[in-house]
Write a protein that binds this ligand. Structure first.
Ligand SMILES: NC(=O)c1ccc[n+]([C@@H]2O[C@H](COP(=O)([O-])OP(=O)(O)OC[C@H]3O[C@@H](n4cnc5c(N)ncnc54)[C@H](OP(=O)(O)O)[C@@H]3O)[C@@H](O)[C@H]2O)c1
Length: 308
């Protein structure tokens, strides 16, 4: 018997919910903002560049003038910006139903560093979101049935990225390879999502943590990949942004989610298709690595998660 494809039509009303999306000015974050606000959610969009964020708001409001949108500045490659954001968020909002850790940077040609001197892909994609989530945990805890949805990537298991957490050289001081570093950051997203869910459950906290990946989707993410990849490969293989956003939308809204799931497309080696439950790499489920990454992330970001 054929099962029904999961589309945005499945999303129940999000009226009364406050949803925070990182990297909401572009690509998957922008599309998720559009869809969730059309379902009645109050979406707090973050962008590192407010001009681009305001353009995104105008774009959405052209279709949906009554969309409830706020925009806040957040640079995930700077811990000071994350702390400032969290302070302002706490002043403005008393609830947080869904946190969507979506923003990401991929394949910068040269090794770049965050403000606190971490390699930029690991520093932004993993450490920035690790700190942000820890700082917002109190609001998530006080909001009944809240959720954290984390955007990873099929790249977390790509052979060319030597999938691992390179504890002896997390910042690639000894040698930079953009693929290895991106892969590490996206594997870290999954290890974090699953460990977070385990810890929330162990402490009987009413928050679920869940992960997703968009397959291969045409967005601005591939801007560093060069003409050939952008003009030929992406145009040929990538799916459109509406399709690519479905897995994170499902992770964020499916009422059947209990925590620890991973949603992604299942066609063409998980590059395209409707979102279903998928399996991530064996390594991503390894508790020992997850525990070690957690400890080092707490040390590097100077935050201790308060699960009490
Ligand atoms: N597209 C794909 O095929 C694909 C595949 C697997 C995983 N993903 C993941 O999906 C997520 C969204 O990517 P996308 O495809 O929508 O790409 P995108 O259009 O480039 O969007 C990325 C978003 O992240 C933001 N961002 C980057 N660095 C940031 C920082 N330091 N602080 C705050 N925000 C920052 C970007 O802001 P700016 O606009 O200012 O740069 C942008 O809003 C990423 O986590 C990516 O790893 C995408």
């Amino acid at each position: 018997m054929a099962t029904r494809n999961w589309t945005a039509d499945e999303i129940p009303s999000q009226q009364g919910k406050t949803i925070l999306i990182t990297g909401a000015n572009s690509g998957l974050g922008l599309e998720a903002t559009k869809v969730l606000s059309s379902k009645g959610a109050h979406v707090v969009m973050t962008a590192r560049n407010l001009k681009s964020g305001n353009e995104a708001i105008s774009f959405i409001k052209k279709e949906n003038a009554i969309a409830k949108l706020d925009l806040m500045q957040l640079d995930l490659s700077d811990f000071a910006s994350i702390h400032k954001f969290s302070e302002e968020f706490h002043k403005k909002y008393k609830q947080l139903d869904v946190l969507i850790n979506n923003a990401g940077v991929m394949f910068p040609v040269k090794r770049e560093l965050t403000k606190q001197k971490f390699e930029v892909q690991f520093g932004t994609n993993h450490l920035g979101h690790f700190l942000l989530t820890g700082l917002l945990l109190d609001l998530l805890k006080s909001t009944p049935n809240s959720r954290i949805a984390i955007q990873s990537s099929g790249q977390h298991k790509a052979k060319m990225g030597k999938p691992d957490i390179h504890f002896d050289d997390l910042n690639f001081d000894k040698g930079y390879n953009k693929y290895i570093s991106y892969t590490q950051s996206k594997l870290a997203n999954l290890l974090f999502a699953y460990e977070l869910d385990r810890q929330l459950k162990a402490n009987k906290i009413d928050i679920t943590a869940v992960a997703a990946h968009p397959g291969y989707t045409k967005t601005n993410l591939t801007r560093h990949t060069g003409f050939f990849v952008q003009a030929i490969i992406t145009n040929l293989l990538a799916q459109n942004v509406k399709m690519g956003t479905l897995p994170i939308l499902r992770a964020a809204t499916d009422t059947g989610v209990t925590g620890g799931e991973y949603f992604g497309p299942t066609k063409m080696n998980e590059m395209r298709g409707y979102p279903e439950l998928v399996k991530s790499s064996h390594k991503s489920y390894e508790k020992e690595i997850a525990g070690k990454l957690w400890k080092v992330s707490e040390k590097l970001t100077q935050i201790i998660y308060n699960f009490k």
